[in-house]
Design a protein around this ligand. Structure first.
Ligand SMILES: [Cu+2]
Length: 131
């Protein structure tokens, strides 16, 4: 193959790759192909609630691979319950159903796979103080 043609093809591939990367990074505002970091949650970490929450919402800074998401709720007796995940229309959110909870301190442990192919694990805690 003529060397000039080979060069043109290589340059073409490089341009295409650069374009794809820039689209991937800029295509989803606020959501980048970064390390999956929790940026917000409902309930918030450390929240004290008068009523038990019915849903858990975790917001990350990166697109997630939902099939790899795991969320567990641990109560004060250290009994762990995997939470049922609810599909979310936003790729950087995790939504889970919380079963009815008596008063107590609860720990949410989550494990996610972000678009950068890294797994992130973390935890947050909330207290239910219903009367
Ligand atoms: Cu990463």
């Amino acid at each position: 193959m003529d060397g000039r043609i080979r060069t043109r093809i290589t340059v073409g591939w490089m341009l295409l790759w650069t374009l794809q990367m820039s689209l991937a990074v800029t295509g989803m505002p606020g959501v980048i192909h970064a390390h999956g970091v929790l940026i917000d949650s409902i309930p918030a970490d450390g929240a004290v609630l008068e009523q038990a929450p019915q849903r858990l919402v975790l917001q990350f800074n990166a697109r997630l691979e939902p099939s790899m998401t795991q969320v567990i709720l641990v109560d004060t007796q250290d009994s762990a319950v995997p939470l049922e995940l609810i599909p979310s229309s936003q790729s950087n959110y995790v939504v889970a159903r919380i079963p009815p909870l008596p008063s107590g301190v609860y720990t949410v442990i989550y494990k996610i796979l972000a678009a950068d192919s890294h797994v992130t694990e973390g935890a947050l805690q909330f207290t239910v103080r219903s009367h």
